[in-house]
Design a protein around this ligand. Structure first.
Ligand code: NAD
Length: 501
């Protein structure tokens, strides 16, 4: 059985070597266990921290252009290894190969952003802020920082974090999801091959025990977390309590508002991909559709059913499959229990994806596409995140009713509106209580040089991922006020707070 080790000081490490706990890494296509992952302890984190603390000062003192060159080289290496990485990702996560490449590519775009770090770290300068006085500011790295990542984007989200953090001069401790840890390990190996000094990027595996050790470690200055909301809130509270800077992104329940004037054929195409792509395991998936007006609901439903029937579920290496299995048997069971909950709550189950099996892969973790109609905001299956290939239709009478649904929901990650009416779109974007908005764009994940972050229970903390927000999160500002007197002392002491007046 393959064992997945930590990466400490650039080397595979079996950690404290005490035999320790391990967890199963599955192949979701056939349900088998394909590897054992070492679950790290405080001692493993201490070893990683010792290496990180030793390496970080020299890395911070390396000029930004040289740090950026590592990012350029890493980008080339990831591109050269794209096929291997995509297959590895797909084999543990279950998303299809083309989508696995998309996962890697979206991460690489943050690496491209990090290639511009010399420009991004330039400070501000005011000459003559007072008589003979100049003021300037500089952005300095925090030291050793950490990232804790979810299973659903095992390439993109680690790169969101370590790309920016390392380019800024920090050392980075990555604690990837225990469900698909192999790609994060490969990325760390490729960073080393790209010229990153040992100790600047460490990968420590584990579960709650390792997360708690990270949150409590006095030398870790900041923690970036992405995962489900309850854990995000916990990580935020505990990390802040320990005096750290914390950004913690959580779950989602994104709505797609369909106005009566929308191009319904286009909407159905967009919805099929956004609701069912990656088996719905995306925080920017579109699992709720809100047609405005009865006629829109009837027409949309009529077009959606055949589109859903045409979806092809297959193994993740099937080039013709629209989506593959979900990540674990436990997650499959959870999704199916939410489908039952919807039925029990009185929603109309139009297409039932339960009991789906694929010939030759009967033990795989597959869930068929599912459609509910007449879902209401009072239903728990609407209020909570399902994170599977389940689309829920909530009918709205008016634009105002539709606007209220995502605005009042506990989550506020993304939302989309489909319309040909510029005024309605503009009004919606301005008023909706959600962090990322798509206008005729079903999955509005911002490009790398903008920033990613939701509102309400979709994000705790006040800084987004990547873009300038990411640079701000992983640096601290120092502001210098300088005066170079000409030697002719005035002899007067100032007992009044100095002003520039
Ligand atoms: P998860 O919360 O189960 O796990 C995330 C991380 O937290 C993992 O590294 C895991 O090891 C750790 N963890 C799990 N249980 C823990 C505990 N009790 N104490 C401390 N740490 C713990 O999330 P997941 O299932 O891997 O990922 C899916 C979730 O992530 C969904 O809710 C999805 O919406 C969310 N997500 C959010 C975004 C975003 O940017 N808002 C992006 C991707 C995924």
């Amino acid at each position: 059985m393959r064992i997945i080790d930590h990466v400490i000081s650039g080397q595979a490490s079996d950690g404290a070597g005490d035999g320790g706990r391990t967890s199963d890494v599955f192949d979701p296509n056939n349900g088998g266990v394909q590897a054992q992952l070492r679950l790290g302890t405080q001692a493993d984190l201490d070893a990683a921290m010792a290496a990180a603390l030793a390496a970080q000062p020299a890395w911070a003192a390396t000029n930004p252009q040289r740090r950026a060159r590592v990012m350029f080289a890493f980008k080339t290496l990831v591109e050269q290894n794209m096929d291997e990485l995509a297959h590895l990702l797909s084999s543990e996560h279950g998303k299809v190969i083309a989508d696995s490449k998309g996962d890697i590519q979206r991460g690489l775009e943050v690496i491209e952003f990090a290639c511009g770090i010399p420009h991004l770290l330039k400070g501000e300068y005011t000459q003559g802020a007072g008589p003979g006085i100049d003021v300037y500011s500089m952005r300095q790295p925090l030291g050793v920082v950490a990232g804790i990542t979810p299973f659903n984007f095992p390439a993109m989200i680690p790169m969101w974090m370590f790309g920016v953090a390392i380019a800024c001069g920090n050392a980075f401790i990555l604690k990837p999801s225990e469900r698909d840890p192999s790609v994060p390990v490969r990325l760390a190996e490729l960073m080393r091959e790209a010229g990153l000094p040992d100790g600047v990027l460490q990968v420590v595996h584990g579960d709650k025990e390792m997360v708690d050790a990270i949150l409590d470690h006095p030398e870790i200055r900041a923690v970036s977390f992405v995962g489900s909301s309850d854990i995000a809130h916990y990580v935020y509270r505990r990390g802040v309590e320990a005096g750290k800077r914390v950004q913690a992104m959580g779950g989602a329940k994104n709505h797609g508002i369909v106005m009566p004037d929308a191009d319904l054929d286009q909407v159905v195409n967009d919805l099929a991909g956004a609701a069912f792509g990656s088996a719905g395991e995306r925080c920017m998936a579109l699992p709720v559709v809100v047609p405005v007006g009865e006629a829109t609901a009837i027409a949309l439903r009529e077009k959606l059913i055949p589109a859903i029937d045409a979806l092809r579920v297959g193994v993740s290496t099937d080039a013709d499959a629209h989506y593959g299995p979900v990540v674990t048997a436990a997650h499959k069971a959870k999704i199916e229990s939410y489908i039952q909950m919807g039925v029990d709550e009185g929603a109309e189950l139009v297409v039932d994806g339960r009991g789906f099996t694929l010939q030759g892969h009967e033990q795989g973790f597959f869930v068929g596409p599912t459609l509910f109609d007449r879902v209401t905001p009072q239903m728990r299956s609407y209020q909570e995140e399902i994170f599977g290939p389940v689309l829920q239709m909530v009918r709205a009478d008016s634009f105002e009713d539709a606007l209220r649904l995502p605005s009042d929901h506990q989550y506020g990650n993304g939302v989309a509106i489909f319309t040909r009416n510029g005024h309605a779109a503009r009004e919606f974007a301005a008023r909706v209580n959600v962090g990322m908005v798509g206008i005729n764009v079903p999955i509005p994940v911002p490009v790398a040089y903008h920033t990613f972050g939701g509102w309400k229970r979709s994000a705790f903390g006040d800084t987004n991922q990547h873009g300038m927000e990411g640079v701000k999160f992983f640096t601290k500002v120092k502001t210098v006020t300088q005066r170079w007197p000409d030697g002719g002392a005035t002899g007067d002491s100032a007992f009044v707070i100095p002003t520039m007046g």
